[in-house]
Design a protein around this ligand. Structure first.
Ligand code: NAD
Ligand code: MG
Length: 392
C-alpha cells in the first residue's frame, strides 16, 4: 500500500493523479492533499479521499476550509501557508509525493520531498528548471527516487535502460522530445498578434492548466522540457532534439548508438504517466482507452518553427549559458504568461519580455535555495518593469 501526498490536488495533474489513485484502493491512498486557494474543490476532495492532512496555501482561507470539513464531519487535519506545504511534502505517513503545483510556487515543497527521501513524482517542471542541481543533491542526500510525470520525460525514462549509468555507458546517442506544436502550429508570427488567452489555452490534444497551455502555444513548454531533460537525464543540450509530432501519440524517443530508436506511445492522457510512476516497477490500469493505431492511421513529424516560436531557442540559449540563466528564463516567462492571461501583454511579446529580462539579469550559478529565490525575485521585478513599459 502506497500513501500519496498530492501537491496541486485541485489542478489538472492533481485530478488525473487522484483518478488513478481512486481506481486502486488496494494499492494507493491519498494521505495529504494541498491546493492554493480553492476551498470548494479541496473540501470536496477531502470528502472523497479522507486524507490525514489538507493544506490550503493561502492562509486567509484556512478558517473557511476548517469550517467546511467540520460541518461535513470530516476528520482531516487542516493547515495553511508555505510551511504547511513543506509539511505535506514530508509527512511521515506518505511515502510518495506528487509535485504538481504550477510554477516556482512548487519549488520548496518539491525540494523538501526529495530531501525527505520520498518517491517523488515530478510534474512541476519549473522546479527542475530553477534548481536542477539542488534537486539532484536533495535526492542523493534523501535517498529517494524521482519518477518523471511530464509525458515526454516519462517516455524517455521508459525507453532508457533501468540502470542509470550515464548516456554514453548506455549507448544513447540522443534524446528526441516530441512536441505537439500547440494550437498555433503552422502559423507565422504576423498571424499571432491578436491571439486571446482563450485561443492560446485551446490545446489541440491535451487538456491542461492555463499556464502550461500558454507555454505549449509559445513552445516555451518544450524549452522548459529541454532543460528538464538535461537535468533529469544528465544530457548535454546538443543531444536533446525537439521534433514536432502533431498527433501527440509518440510521447518521446531515445536514439541508441546502433541506430535503434525506442519510443513510448499512448493516447494523450496524463493518467498513463501517473499510473506508470505510481506503480513502478509494476504496471496498473490507468483508465486510459487502448491506443487504436488503425484509427490514428498516421504519425507525422516535422521540424519546429524556431523563428515564430522564439521561446524554444531562448530556452536552449539559457541552458547553454548556464549559471542562473534558466532561473531568469523561468521567472520572466511566468510573469509574461500571467500578464498575457490578464490581457496585459500581447502573445507575441512573451518571448521579447523573456529575452530582455535575460539580457538585464545575469548572475553566477545560484548554489543554495535562498540564492535561487533571490535570482527568481530579481528577474520577476525586471520582467514586470519590461511588461509595464511594453505596448500591449
Ligand atoms: P493547474 O493550473 O491545473 O493546477 C495547478 C495546481 O497548483 C492547483 O492545484 C493549484 O491549487 C496549485 N497551486 C498553484 N499555485 C499555488 C501556490 N502558490 N501554492 C500552492 N499550490 C498552488 O496546472 P497543471 O496543468 O495541473 O500543471 C501542474 C504542473 O504540472 C505544472 O508545473 C505543469 O507544467 C506540469 N505538467 C502538467 C501537465 C498537464 O497535462 N496538465 C503535463 C505535464 C506537466
Ligand atoms: Mg510535457
Amino acid at each position: 500500500m502506497k500513501t500519496v501526498a498530492v501537491l496541486g490536488a485541485t489542478g489538472s495533474i492533481g485530478a488525473s493523479a487522484l483518478d488513478v489513485i481512486a481506481r486502486h484502493p488496494d494499492r494507493f491512498r491519498a494521505g495529504a492533499l494541498a491546493a492554493h486557494r480553492n476551498v470548494d474543490a479541496l473540501a470536496a476532495l477531502c470528502a472523497r479521499f479522507k486524507p490525514d492532512l489538507a493544506v490550503i496555501a493561502d492562509a486567509s482561507r484556512e478558517a473557511d476550509l476548517r469550517a467546511r470539513l467540520r460541518v461535513a464531519g470530516i476528520a482531516t487535519r487542516v493547515a495553511s501557508g508555505a510551511q504547511a506545504l513543506i509539511e505535506a511534502a514530508t509527512l511521515a505517513s506518505c511515502d510518495t509525493v506528487i509535485a504538481a503545483i504550477v510554477g516556482a510556487a512548487g519549488l520548496e515543497s518539491t525540494l523538501a520531498a526529495a530531501s525527505a527521501g520520498k518517491r517523488l513524482l515530478l510534474a512541476n517542471k519549473e522546479a527542475v528548471v530553477m534548481a536542477g542541481p539542488l534537486l539532484r543533491a536533495a535526492l542523493d542526500a534523501g535517498g529517494g527516487e524521482l519518477l518523471p510525470i511530464d509525458s515526454e520525460h516519462n517516455a524517455v525514462f521508459q525507453c532508457l535502460p533501468p540502470a542509470r549509468s550515464g548516456l554514453d555507458a548506455a549507448g544513447v546517442r540522443r534524446i528526441l522530445l516530441t512536441a505537439s506544436g500547440g494550437p498555433f502550429r503552422g502559423h507565422k508570427r504576423e498571424a499571432l498578434h491578436d491571439v486571446t488567452p482563450a485561443r492560446a489555452c485551446a490545446h489541440p490534444n491535451w487538456s491542461m492548466g492555463r499556464k502550461i497551455s500558454v507555454d505549449s502555444a509559445t513552445l516555451m513548454n518544450k524549452g522548459l522540457e529541454v532543460i528538464e531533460a538535461h537535468f533529469l537525464f544528465d544530457a548535454p543540450p546538443e543531444r536533446i532534439e525537439v521534433v514536432v509530432h502533431p498527433q501527440s501519440i509518440v510521447h518521446s524517443m531515445v536514439e541508441y548508438a546502433d541506430g535503434s530508436v525506442l519510443a513510448q506511445l499512448g493516447n494523450p492522457d496524463m493518467r498513463t504517466a501517473l499510473a506508470h510512476a505510481l506503480a513502478w516497477p509494476e504496471r496498473v490500469a490507468a483508465g486510459v482507452a487502448p491506443l487504436d493505431l488503425l484509427k490514428i492511421a498516421r504519425l507525422d513529424f516535422e521540424a519546429p518553427d524556431r523563428e515564430t516560436f522564439a521561446c524554444l531557442d531562448l530556452a536552449y540559449g539559457a541552458l547553454e549559458q548556464g549559471g542562473s540563466a534558466p532561473i531568469v528564463l523561468n521567472a520572466a516567462n511566468e510573469e509574461a504568461v500571467a500578464a498575457f492571461l490578464d490581457q496585459g501583454l500581447a502573445f507575441v511579446a512573451i518571448p521579447q519580455v523573456i529575452e530582455s529580462t535575460l539580457e538585464k539579469v545575469q548572475g553566477a550559478p545560484a548554489r543554495t535555495l535562498p540564492e535561487v529565490v533571490d535570482v527568481d525575485l530579481t528577474a520577476r521585478r525586471v520582467a514586470q518593469r519590461i511588461i509595464a513599459s511594453a505596448k500591449v
